[in-house]
Design a protein around this ligand. Structure first.
Ligand code: MG
Length: 260
């Protein structure tokens, strides 16, 4: 081979290697892992248990998601379902709610107990304010959650998410300035979210696949993008290659394997 050709091919090969390395590092740096309802598939954990949050922290997830409700007597609690094991969160007295056992044997946590238990961890708190029938109660929950985060020194680690349009506006209003607030429902464009003061969207994978342009639009507006709940490897890869900032998943270890 001519000396010049060999030089040319060497340069080309090295450029290709550099490009691959850059893209790989970019993908790793770009997409962060959020454990949906904590790392609840870990041994001894259950959805929305303190242990599931601690387990998400132990595998270095960027964040661990959990859901909050206000009970009938206005005590914030951590649980996903509106009605869980026969107890209606929004209507029942807190004594009945916290008497419920989770599948791992923990009692259903009050928000204050939950926050106190996770103060020593470092993963971010991705706090979903559930959409309440009683919007006054929902607003009260938001004010109380914001107050508790401050009380436990967690305000700098919390990011709020909600399906509730009123909740979105109230979270932006009551949380300290700069606290990220994301919207879950999928019916607002990135421009509408920016105008409302949201940090970005946290949309279902089906919505994001229908509107892949929203990922670019959000980034151009300086917003962040989160996709839920992505457990399938092909979908995870789709989100990574489309530059999603966060993926919320029930399978955080599977996602870490793809990102490494
Ligand atoms: Mg949730």
């Amino acid at each position: 081979m001519h000396v010049f050709s060999r030089f040319f091919y060497t340069v080309l090969f090295q450029a290709a290697l550099t490009l691959c390395a850059t893209q790989s590092a970019g993908a790793q740096g770009m997409t962060k892992v959020i454990a949906h309802r904590g790392h609840w598939t870990a041994e001894g954990a259950a959805q929305n248990s303190i242990r599931s949050f601690v387990k998400a922290d132990s595998i270095n997830c960027y964040g661990s998601e959990f859901d909050i409700w206000m009970t009938g007597d206005d005590v914030p609690v951590v649980n996903h379902d509106a009605s869980f094991k026969g107890v209606v969160m929004e209507e029942s007295p807190s004594a009945d709610v916290v008497a419920v056992k989770l599948d791992n044997g923990e009692t259903l946590p009050r928000l204050d107990s939950f926050l106190q238990a996770v103060t020593g961890t470092s993963t971010r708190l991705i706090c979903e304010v559930k959409s309440h029938k009683d919007k006054k109660k929902e607003e009260k929950l938001i004010r109380e959650a914001v107050r508790m985060m401050k009380e436990y020194g967690l305000s700098h680690r919390v990011e709020y998410i909600t399906f509730s349009r009123e909740g979105l506006l109230n979270l932006i209003k009551y949380a300290p300035s700069g606290t990220p607030v994301y919207y879950l429902t999928g019916d607002m464009t990135p421009a509408e979210l920016k105008a409302a003061g949201a940090a970005g969207f946290d949309y279902n994978i089906g919505v994001v696949k229908l509107h892949p342009e929203w990922l670019t639009e959000a980034h151009e507006l300086g917003l962040k993008t989160n996709v839920w709940t992505v457990d399938d490897e092909v979908d995870m890869q789709w989100c990574i290659s489309h530059g999603a900032d966060f993926i919320t998943t029930n399978r955080p270890e599977r996602l870490f394997r793809l990102l490494w």
